[in-house]
Structures are given as structure tokens and as C-alpha cells.
Design a protein around this ligand. Structure first.
Ligand code: ASP
Length: 584
């Protein structure tokens, strides 16, 4: 028996018990005549004591030589501590050691294994197994386990069954590049790793599974924007014989369950917002509604004066910054510099101070009088003491810019409290999205998403206006889930592929299996997928998803611990009938 108890469980009630513990040496303090050692395992820390009077000389020597992170086993008696430590659950007791076995020695770790470590991220990733010994990382993994456990409990109780789908598949277009795997047995042919199990879960619906879920890895070879991982985890779900309303209710239920069980937070029915309104009011399809600062469109009240910049703009739009009138001129200039940074890209910013006495002072006083500025305040909901910030330009661009400013200001104002949860559904996304690079329409969600009833005809005349039965679940300014009602008949699916620029041959080659399946009685179906990593990090109140992944990759998609990706040897290449044609 390696241990009778773990390092977190002994209390005063165990005094005089003989115990065996095993764990890592957190640290030791040597006072010459007495040596204290903190022994750590997953469950906590227990103090060991060796002293001249009671410990044999030989053991005393070995205790003195114990290094950080040595793995040891001790037998001994639980005794009451002379000076108790109320900050430690085991702080009332210590172990008077009678037997010390060193199970494994350890090199000095490259960073301290403490809650606040001296190791930078790259170093911690290289030695992630040491990082995992630290409480913050360990606790995050335990937290993630709790979330996935609750997901499984809830969905199972609701009649969903977890079905595994393959990883070695054929491409599913979800808007990213595929990772591919060469097949040795099928020379010159490649599997693709799934960007999601999308087509498989639809085939499970054709197979009559009715309610499916899977906690599953997905792989997307994207340029890694901040806080994305090339492999990530989804809670992937699909249901048959449902309408959009059923899906929203089912997964609102799951989200509410998680907030309650994991965070102890009860949330009202989730608000629903049309995509068009989200863009108009927040300039963003994943609005953070923990705070107001909604956009006010000012074209009607700010154009047709003598201010050419606004007159020439497609959209003039502003927000009220609560208490912003207290900003100094210098602070406002800094804000203007902030919106002009290339990452935001605004050309400038107009502002109007809302003074406590009801007067206004704007950066464009030459063109706008008190009544004009009063209207700006009214439209943006500004009160005395606030600052109205106004941007103008091309509609989509200016919305994105003002959204960035809104989020930045809210962050500075402390309005983005990670302990407050504000979920909502954003609905009726456009079916298609124009892609500037390829100069064609792409499916905004994916090609299996159905248009809203009666809108199929619009595809021919105004494709950009067609709305989809597609919805996102948004939490605190993050998209945590998204899905759609699917097309379930062959004709409509063929039409969609056609609009998306697939020739019938290409569509058949890539998705023949799905269209074939649709001919054998496909039920109406739909679903969604949650991004588990992001969901867990938001529920956990932390910034980056890497904090909740045991072995994450860095921003270049590398695992710096195992040093992957890496070249393969010539023998492997030959077996796979591959020859490299490297650019550098
Ligand atoms: N497969 C979709 C995605 O990964 C989710 C869905 O439509 O269910 O975003």
C-alpha cells in the first residue's frame, strides 16, 4: 500500500493515527535541529517533521538532503502542531516521520511549482507536466472535468446518446483548411481530420439516433488568431423532428444547468436578438450585453450640416461612455490615437462632452449647436457627465471599429465582470457571406444550413439578403455555440452546393454520401456545437483557453513540449509514397 491517506485529508481528529503518505517535496526548512518538509499531492499539502530528538541520525541526514520535487513515501504518526496554520486545511497537524523512502529523485525544476510561479509561458509549456502540478492549472483541469461531467449528465438525462464518429474522414467544409493524413494502404490518397463531425451527425439522424451528442476533438488548419488552437473540443449535438425553438430550448437548458451546477448562478430566460439588430446595436454578432453602451445611429441628426466628413459617410454612429466627461483632453486624445491604431483602423473620432449643467462641448462645435448635440445625446442615451464618441465611414467597417472601442472602454470601466453571466441567442444569420478575396459567396455557417422558409427564391436575385435558420449562443461577448436547422432533402442541398460554386460533379465527389442518404428518408433535423474550451474558460472566469487545456499548442501551432510538428524520416515517407517539395 503506497499510502493510507492523501496529502489533503488529515485533520486534528487523526491525531495519534499511524499513516503512510506519498507525494512530492514542495519545500523543506532546515533549522539544524529540526527539518520540516511540505509534502504535496493532488489533494493538498501536509507538513512532515523530523527532529534531532525523535528522528534517527541517518534519517535526519536523508531528510536534510531532500530536494524540491523529490518523490517520497513516509510512514509516521499524526501529531498536533505546536504552531497551527489556519490557512492550510491540514494546518492543525503534522507527521512525525518514522520511515522515509525516496521513491524518485528530481532535478531542480526550471520554475517554481507555486501558485504564482516565476516561469514564463513558453517555459511552462515546455515542462507542462510540472506546470500541471501547480494549483491553478490543476484546478482548471478539475474544473473542466466538472463541466464535461455535467454536460454528460444533463444530456444523457434528456435522452441524448453519445456516439463517437471517426477522425480519419474526408473533408467537411467549415471554412478552414483541413489537416490531412496520408494513407499508406491507399497510395496517393489522404484522409482529412474533421473540422467538426457535421456530416456524420447528420448521417446519425438519418440512422434514426434522434438525439446525439459527443464531446469531440475538431481540427482546423487556420492561421491562428489570438487564443485559437488547431485542435479544439466541441460539445457536438444534433436532434431530429425538431424546430428551431426545440433546439434553442434544449441547449438553453444545458447552459442554464451548467451555470447553476458549476457557477451557482441562476439565469433568466436568455434574450434573443436578430443578427441584424446585433450588428446595428453593438456592431458585433456576439455582443457583450453585460453592460449597455448601445450604438446610436446619428445619420439623421448629424448629416446635412456643414461637416463634410459626416456628410460623406455611409454611417455615423456613436456611443455614450458613462462618466466619460471626466476624461481630460489628453485622455481623449489618447482614445483617438487608440481608434486610429491599425488594429482598429478608424480615421478619427468626434466627441461631445455632456456637462452636468446640461450644456455640451464637442470637438465639432463649429458645425453643431446645442440642439444638435442634445440630439446626439438623446440618440446615444448619454446623460450629463457622459461622453459621446462618434465614428463614421463605411457601415460594416465603422460598426466593427465602434464595437472595438465599446469593448475597450467597457474593459477600462470595469464593466466586463467575469462573475456576471449574460447569455443570449443571436438568430437569423445571413445564409451567405461575400468573400472579398475569392469574390464569391460562401456559406456563413456551413453548406448544410437551411435558408429560412420561403427565402429559397431570393437566392437567385439577392443572395446576400437570404437569412438562414442559424443561431449562435453568445456569452459575455463570446460565441460559445452555433448551429442551424439543416437542409434534409437532396434537391435543396444540390441547389446550395450549386450556389456555393460546386459543380454537380464536385458536389457528388465530395458529398455524394450525404445526398445519397437524403434519398433514404432523412428526418428534419438540426443541431449545434459548443466550443468546450472557450465555454470552460468563460465559466472559469479566465482569459485564455490554453489555461484549460492540459497540453495546448502555442500561437504557431507547436507543441513545444514534445516538439511537434516534426519531420518524419525517409523510410516513413517512402512507405507513404510521398516526396517533399519544400519551399525553404
Ligand atoms: N458543425 C458546426 C460547427 O462546427 C456546428 C453545427 O452546425 O452544429 O460550427
Amino acid at each position: 500500500m503506497y499510502r493510507s491517506h492523501n496529502c489533503g485529508e488529515l485533520r486534528a481528529s487523526h491525531i495519534n493515527t499511524e499513516v503512510t503518505l506519498a507525494g512530492w517535496v514542495q519545500k523543506s526548512r532546515n533549522k539544524g535541529f529540526i527539518v520540516w518538509v511540505d509534502l504535496r499531492d493532488r489533494y493538498g499539502m501536509t507538513q512532515l517533521v523530523f527532529d534531532e530528538e525523535r528522528t534517527p541520525k541517518e534519517m535526519m541526514k536523508r531528510a536534510e538532503d531532500l530536494g524540491r520535487e523529490f518523490v517520497v513515501q513516509v510512514k509516521g504518526k499524526v501529531i498536533e502542531r505546536a504552531s497551527k496554520n489556519p490557512n492550510m486545511p491540514t494546518g492543525d497537524i503534522e507527521i512525525l516521520v518514522s520511515e522515509l523512502t525516496i521513491l524518485n529523485e528530481a532535478l531542480v525544476p526550471p520554475f517554481t511549482i507555486e501558485d504564482k510561479t516565476d516561469g514564463g509561458e513558453e517555459l511552462r509549456m515546455k515542462y507542462r507536466y510540472l506546470d500541471i502540478r501547480r494549483n491553478p492549472v490543476k484546478n482548471n483541469l478539475i474544473f473542466r472535468h466538472k463541466v464535461t461531467q455535467e454536460v454528460r449528465n444533463y444530456l444523457s438525462q434528456e435522452g441524448f446518446i453519445e456516439v463517437e464518429t471517426p477522425y480519419l474522414i474526408k473533408s467537411t467544409p467549415e471554412g478552414a483548411r483541413d489537416f490531412v493524413v496520408p494513407s499508406r494502404m491507399n497510395e496517393g490518397q489522404f484522409y482529412a481530420l474533421p473540422q467538426s463531425p457535421q456530416t456524420f451527425k447528420q448521417l446519425l439522424m438519418v440512422g434514426g439516433i434522434d438525439k446525439y451528442f459527443q464531446i469531440v476533438k475538431c481540427f482546423r488548419d487556420e492561421d491562428l488568431r489570438a487564443d485559437r488552437q488547431p485542435e479544439f473540443t466541441q460539445i457536438d449535438c444534433e436532434m431530429s423532428f425538431i424546430e428551431q425553438e426545440d433546439i434553442l430550448n434544449a441547449f438553453e437548458g444545458l447552459t442554464r444547468h451548467l451555470l447553476k451546477e458549476v457557477n451557482g448562478v441562476e439565469v433568466e430566460k436568455f434574450p434573443r436578438m436578430l443578427y441584424d439588430d446585433a450588428m446595428r446595436l453593438y456592431g458585433n454578432d456576439k455582443p457583450d450585453i453585460r453592460f449597455g453602451m448601445e450604438f446610436g445611429e446619428l445619420n439623421a441628426v448629424a448629416q446635412h450640416k456643414d461637416f463634410g466628413v459626416f456628410n460623406a459617410a455611409e454611417l455615423v454612429v456613436g456611443i455614450a461612455v458613462p462618466g466619460g466627461n471626466s476624461y481630460t483632453r489628453k485622455e481623449i486624445d489618447k482614445l483617438i490615437d487608440w481608434v486610429r491604431r491599425p488594429q482598429v483602423g478608424a480615421l478619427g473620432m468626434v466627441y461631445s462632452r455632456c456637462n452636468d449643467d446640461g450644456s455640451f462641448k464637442s470637438s465639432v462645435d463649429k458645425f453643431y449647436d446645442h440642439d444638435d448635440l442634445a440630439k446626439w445625446a438623446e440618440v446615444t442615451g448619454a446623460k450629463p457627465g457622459d461622453l459621446v464618441c462618434v465614428l463614421s465611414g463605411e457601415k460594416n467597417k465603422v460598426r466593427t471599429q465602434l464595437s472595438a472601442l465599446r469593448m475597450e472602454l467597457a474593459e477600462r470601466l470595469g464593466l466586463r465582470d467575469p462573475k456576471v453571466f449574460a447569455p443570449l441567442w443571436v438568430m437569423d444569420f445571413p445564409l451567405l457571406e461575400w468573400d472579398e478575396d475569392t469574390e464569391r459567396y460562401h456559406a456563413m455557417h456551413h453548406p448544410f444550413t437551411s435558408p429560412k422558409p420561403g427565402q429559397l427564391e431570393l437566392l437567385k436575385t439577392n443572395p446576400g439578403d437570404v437569412k438562414a435558420n442559424a443561431y449562435d449562443l453568445v456569452l459575455n461577448g463570446n460565441e460559445i455555440g452555433g448551429g442551424s436547422i439543416r437542409i434534409h432533402d437532396k434537391e435543396t442541398q444540390a441547389l446550395m452546393f450549386d450556389y456555393l460554386g460546386f459543380t454537380p460533379e464536385e458536389a457528388k465527389a465530395q458529398f455524394g454520401f450525404l445526398m445519397d442518404a437524403f434519398q433514404y428518408g432523412a428526418p428534419p433535423h438540426g443541431g449545434l456545437a459548443f466550443g468546450l474550451d472557450r465555454l470552460v474558460s468563460i465559466l472559469g472566469g479566465q482569459e485564455t483557453i490554453r489555461d484549460y487545456i492540459a497540453f495546448p499548442k502555442n500561437n504557431n501551432g507547436r507543441d513545444v513540449m514534445i516538439d511537434a510538428p516534426a519531420p518524419i524520416d525517409d523510410k516513413q515517407l517512402t512507405e507513404l509514397s510521398l516526396k517533399l517539395n519544400l519551399k525553404s
